[in-house]
Design a protein around this ligand. Structure first.
Ligand code: ZN
Length: 150
């Protein structure tokens, strides 16, 4: 990755961490889950409003590092309007991206999430980036435990 592209990627992450999107508790959510990354201390609550198999709205609240906040912010943007199956597929793609750094065959589906590819070089940060996604999976599968990255 050239340095120009790298700094562009960092800008996206900094922007989302400073001005997180959908940082609130939506009024009439019907799914929620809590996530905790003990390694870094990141905590978040994810709220979803679903209609049948479709995710209509998503939001989050919590406190965490720049990577975890930016990841949660971008997650809430990208999953809106997706089906539960599509969101779970995105989870798999995102997880592969941050653990291997390699983009999936159809990387267009990941869109802006591709900015997290560099995270795989920093194993401790992988958990920060994937916390919101683990939490999403729990919310979608109606699990009640706290999502942990360990
Ligand atoms: Zn973190």
């Amino acid at each position: 990755m050239n340095s120009e592209l790298k700094s562009l990627y960092q800008e996206v992450i900094i922007d989302h961490s400073k001005r997180p999107r959908n940082f609130k508790k939506i009024d009439n959510f019907n799914k929620e889950a809590e996530g905790f990354n003990p390694l870094c201390g990141d905590r978040l609550n994810l709220y979803l409003k679903t209609d049948g198999n479709k995710i209509i709205d998503a939001s989050f609240q919590g406190q965490g590092c720049a990577i975890s906040t930016a990841s949660a912010s971008m997650l809430t943007e990208i999953i809106k309007g997706k089906s539960v199956d599509e969101a779970l597929k995105l989870f798999e793609m995102f997880h592969a991206l941050v653990t291997t750094g390699g983009a999936p065959k159809d990387e267009t589906q990941l869109g802006k999430l591709a900015v997290f590819a560099g995270v795989h070089e920093f194993p401790a940060r992988v958990k920060c980036a994937s916390l919101s996604w683990h939490t999403l999976k729990m919310a979608l599968l109606n699990k009640t435990d706290v999502a942990k990255t360990e």
